[in-house]
Design a protein around this ligand. Structure first.
Ligand SMILES: [Zn+2]
Length: 435
C-alpha cells in the first residue's frame, strides 16, 4: 500500500530540510521525499496548510509499569498514550516488578509491545540486580535481549564504584548509562524543592545541589571511563552548569529535561491549590531561576533532549497526604503542546530545534533507528498542527492514569497524527486531517 503525504512543511534537521515537501510511503518505509512527487498509484493525503511533518518523536524516559503494576499502566495503554501524544517510540525504565534486570523481563516487555503493536518500545535495563545497588546486572544479557541503555532510575546508582563499573560495561556494548542524579544523604526525606514554598507549606525540602552532586559524580566517572553518561530529568541550574562545563571539556555527557521542569515552578505547590499531589515529582518543581535556566539550556543547545518521565500512578495512590503520595506525573500526552506553546510560540526555540530535542537527539543518544525522514527509513512520522487550540483534559487521557498538573490548561499547538511504520495509529479528530 502506497500513501503520498502531499504539501506539508517538512522539518527534518538531520537532513537539513525545512520546507514544503511530499513524502511517499511504500508499506512500512519512506520511499521518496521531494517537491511535487508524482502520485504513482498512491493514495493521496493532502496535508492542511501550516501542518508540519517531523521524524517520529521518541520519548527516552517513560515508565510503562508492566510487569507488576498494571493498575497504573500497561505496555498497551502506555503505548496508546504515546501515539496520542505524538510519540512513535518510547524507551521504558526498568523499575517494574520484577525489575528489568535480565533477558526474561526484557523479552516479556518486548512481547507485550509486539501484541499492542502501537509505538515502538525500547526497554532500558537495570544497572544492578533488582536495582538494589549491590551486584551489577548481566549487562551483556540485557543488551542481547534488546535493551538500549541501563539505569537504576527511581534512585541514583548506589555507589561510585558501581557506577564506574556500569559505565565500563555499558560502553563495551555501545550503551549509555542513564542516571537519576541525586545525593541520598542530602535528599533525606525531602519531598519538594527546598525554598520559600516548602517552608510556607511546612513540607520537607531538597535543594538543587542534591541533584547537582549526582551530576558531578557521573561527569567525573564519565571522564575516568570515557563512557557515555546521560543525566535523566535535569531540573537544577547547578546541574546544567556542570553539564555545560563537562561538554566544554569533551566529556561524553548528555542530558534531558522534562516539560514540567521548563513550564512549572514550586509556586505550583501552593497555587492555585495547595498540597495537590500532582505537583509532587522527583526531581521536584524548582524555583524560577532553575526553570529559566532549563529553558536557556534548551535554547542554547546545552540540553540534548526533552523526555517526559511519564510516571503513571493510580488516583487512589495520589489521593493521600502530600508526604505519603508517590512521586511522578503522566507526561506522554502533554509534552508536545507544552513544548510548542512554551518554547516555540514563546519565541525561545525554532521548530527544527524542537525536532532535535524530541527526535534526532534521543535516537542518537540511545543509538536506535529514527530521528530523520530519509528515503528508505521506517515511516515513523509525527504530524503537528502548530496553531491548533488544545485543551488538556485529564479525564480524556489515554493513559490508564490521569495524574497531571496540567488539567484544564489551554495551549497553542498540538499533535495532528502519528504514523508508525507507515500506519496511522493516531489522528486527532479536532483537525481536518484525513488519513
Ligand atoms: Zn528518576
Amino acid at each position: 500500500m502506497k500513501r503520498l503525504l502531499k504539501g506539508g512543511r517538512l522539518v527534518d534537521p538531520a537532513n537539513g530540510i525545512d520546507g514544503v515537501r511530499d513524502i511517499l510511503i511504500d508499506g512500512e518505509r519512506i520511499a521518496r521525499v521531494g517537491a511535487d512527487l508524482p502520485v504513482d498509484g498512491a493514495t493521496v493525503v493532502e496535508i492542511p496548510d501550516g501542518f508540519v511533518l517531523c521524524p517520529g518523536f521518541i520519548d527516552m524516559h517513560v515508565h510503562l509499569r508492566e510487569p507488576g503494576q498494571e493498575h497504573k499502566e500497561t505496555v498497551a495503554t502506555g503505548t496508546a498514550a504515546a501515539v496520542a501524544g505524538g510519540f512513535t517510540a518510547v524507551a521504558c525504565m526498568p523499575n517494574t516488578d520484577p525489575v528489568n534486570d535480565g533477558a526474561n523481563v526484557t523479552t516479556y516487555i518486548l512481547d507485550k509491545a509486539r501484541e499492542a503493536n502501537l509505538a515502538r518500545v525500547y526497554p532500558i535495563g537495570a544497572v544492578s540486580k533488582g536495582s538494589k545497588g549491590e551486584l551489577l546486572a548481566d549487562i551483556a544479557d540485557l543488551k542481547k535481549a534488546g535493551c538500549v541503555a541501563i539505569t537504576d532510575d527511581g534512585y541514583p546508582t548506589k555507589t561510585a564504584l558501581l557506577l564506574r563499573r556500569a559505565l565500563e560495561y555499558a560502553a563495551m556494548f555501545g550503551m549509555p548509562v542513564i542516571e537519576h542524579c541525586e545525593d541520598p544523604s542530602l535528599k533525606g526525606d525531602g519531598v519538594v524543592h527546598e525554598g520559600y514554598w516548602a517552608a510556607s507549606l511546612g513540607l520537607r525540602g531538597m535543594p538543587g545541589a542534591c541533584e547537582a552532586l549526582g551530576v558531578e559524580r557521573g561527569v567525573l566517572l564519565a571522564e575516568l571511563t570515557g563512557s557515555a553518561f546521560h543525566v535523566a530529568h535535569m531540573s537544577a541550574r547547578a546541574s546544567l552548569r556542570a553539564v555545560r562545563k563537562a561538554k566544554e571539556t569533551g566529556i561524553r555527557v548528555t542530558c534531558e529535561v522534562a516539560p514540567h521542569h521548563f513550564t512549572l515552578t514550586d509556586e505550583a505547590l501552593g497555587n492555585p491549590i495547595a498540597y495537590d499531589t500532582n505537583t509532587k515529582m522527583n526531581p521536584p518543581l524548582r524555583e524560577a531561576a532553575d526553570r529559566d535556566a532549563m529553558i536557556d539550556g534548551i535554547a542554547d543547545g546545552s540540553v540534548d533532549a526533552i523526555a517526559t518521565d511519564h510516571a503513571p500512578h493510580h488516583y487512589d495512590e495520589k489521593q493521600v497526604e502530600y508526604d505519603r503520595a508517590p512521586f511522578g506525573i503522566v507526561g506522554l500526552e502533554t509534552a508536545v503542546p507544552l513544548s510548542l506553546d512554551r518554547l516555540v510560540h514563546a519565541g525561545r526555540i525554532r521548530l527544527s530545534r524542537m525536532v532535535e530535542l524530541l527526535s534526532v537527539n534521543p535516537a542518537r543518544i540511545l543509538n536506535v533507528p529514527g530521528g530523520s525522514l530519509s528515503e528508505g527509513a521506517p515511516a515513523d512520522i509525527t504530524i503537528i498542527a502548530p496553531e491548533l487550540k488544545v485543551k488538556i483534559e485529564a479525564g480524556k487521557l489515554r493513559s490508564r492514569s490521569k495524574n497531571t498538573p496540567f488539567d484544564g490548561w489551554e495551549l497553542r499547538g498540538g499533535v495532528a497524527a502519528t504514523l508508525v511504520g507507515g500506519r496511522p495509529l493516531y489522528v486527532n479528530a479536532d483537525t481536518r486531517l484525513a488519513l
